[in-house]
Design a protein around this ligand. Structure first.
Ligand SMILES: [Fe+2]
Ligand SMILES: [Fe+2]
Length: 277
């Protein structure tokens, strides 16, 4: 875990960074909304960038911003592992908290990290939850890699928590997306969009433009992606880059030959660059 930071007076970011050799570094963020009824959004990855169990580090990071026992809600945006890593430990340390998520997320998690059904609160995109000093509205973001994805809009902070959408592979770490060089941010965001949402290349551009416009109309003051430093006042830049993703070059992963060359570079052993079957 990296140092936590504030994205707004009432929102803390709990960041991790995953180095992906050859592609950059991927932020993996969880968030705490410190309202009348505190909310944790996503629960980190089960492993850190070195492949070690990260639960204790995540819990330390969480405890540094709030007593987990004070949490009333744990919002799981989708069941991918980088979003649900420490959820079982948090459920133990936050006995009053309910998990806000979708039926599909509960179903996907049932095969690797089942949620206790009496702790679940189901909310579908378009539905809202009144939590005292604010309303949280579930929103399906314009891009996503899993069918169960539900981000959220917070009426008080006016932040849009966009889950995987607006993520970027980055050359380094930052606490504000605005601190990243524009070319690096655009390239990193486009690369992430084509990796995370390859279906964008098959989508009708008018339909996709409408989903981007829905975010434009929401007009959040702050976009908080799970995979990007906090982005304040950057809606048009982020939306503009994402709008180009359907026509961007589709991403193709390294094949066996490329893998062998990468291994040879790492080990300095040229014989490892030969593909054997
Ligand atoms: Fe995902
Ligand atoms: Fe993710």
């Amino acid at each position: 875990m990296e140092q936590t930071y504030k994205a707004a007076a009432d929102i803390d970011v709990l960041p991790m960074y995953f180095p992906i050799p050859g592609f950059g570094s991927l932020p993996i963020n969880a968030f705490v909304i410190k309202g009348e009824q505190p909310v944790l959004i996503d629960t980190g990855s089960p492993l850190d960038g070195d492949g070690a169990d990260s639960t204790e580090h995540f819990m330390d990071s969480l405890r540094s911003v709030i007593d987990p026992a004070d949490l009333k809600w744990i919002w799981i945006t989708h069941a991918d592992m980088d979003h649900v890593g420490s959820v079982q430990q948090i459920l133990k340390e936050a006995p009053d908290a309910k998990v806000v998520t979708t039926f599909l997320t509960v179903g996907r998690m049932s095969v690797f990290s089942p949620l206790p059904m009496d702790r679940v609160y189901l909310l579908n995109p378009g539905q809202s939850l009144d939590i005292g000093d604010r309303t949280l509205t579930s929103v399906q973001p314009p891009s996503f890699d899993a069918a169960d994805t539900a981000g959220l809009y917070d009426s008080k902070s006016k932040a849009f928590f966009s889950s995987d959408c607006f993520g970027a592979l980055l050359p380094g770490q930052a606490e504000a997306a605005g601190d990243i060089a524009q070319a690096d941010l655009e390239a990193g965001q486009l690369l992430w969009a084509t990796i995370d949402s390859p279906w964008l290349h098959k989508v009708d551009s008018t339909t996709f433009a409408a989903s981007l416009n829905a975010i434009r109309q929401m007009d959040p003051e702050l976009i908080l992606s799970s995979h990007l430093p906090a982005a304040r006042g950057m809606n048009e830049r982020l939306l503009g880059t994402l709008a180009t993703a359907p026509n961007a070059t589709p991403w193709v992963g390294p094949d066996q030959e490329a893998l062998m060359q990468m291994m040879a570079q790492i080990t300095g052993d040229e014989s490892r660059a030969e593909v054997t079957v």
